[in-house]
Design a protein around this ligand. Structure first.
Ligand code: FEO
Length: 133
């Protein structure tokens, strides 16, 4: 469910590495769910994913800012929306909402697939071209 492959590459090594780590962290969470891990363990996985997500978003935003990417504001807004959803999931977890697991996995899968393949794949060539200029 969370296997990185070349179709996700944005052709920037550092960003690809960070995306791979996000896939790994999401996969860890998925495996822990399948293994029936206790709530505190699942919460730790989600927390790791949430924290690394913020590190990654900040990194990308810096790249876009330095390159003068014209769609930075829209991309940042997407990041904020995704981060907000993760915070909501953390709250759901804390409060023991039953449907959280599957909904969360579907959300993570959609995010990794859609945001990387569409939004990230859009800024990356711009940033690369600027760096090469
Ligand atoms: Fe790789 Fe815009 O998140």
């Amino acid at each position: 469910m969370f296997e990185w492959n070349d179709a996700y590459s944005v052709n920037i090594t550092t960003v690809d590495s960070q995306h791979k780590k996000l896939f790994r962290l999401a996969g860890d969470l998925h495996r822990a769910m399948l293994a029936g891990a206790v709530k505190t363990r699942l919460f730790q996985h989600l927390e790791s994913l949430a924290q690394y997500t913020l590190v990654h978003f900040a990194y990308e935003e810096r790249l876009m800012q330095e390159a003068g990417y014209p769609e930075l504001a829209a991309h940042k807004a997407e990041h904020e929306e995704l981060a907000q959803r993760v915070r909501e999931f953390q709250k759901d977890f804390e409060e023991g909402r039953i449907a959280t697991g599957i909904t969360l996995l579907q959300f993570l899968k959609g995010w990794l697939q859609n945001h990387i393949k569409e939004s990230d794949s859009k800024y990356a060539p711009y940033v690369k071209a600027k760096a090469a200029a």
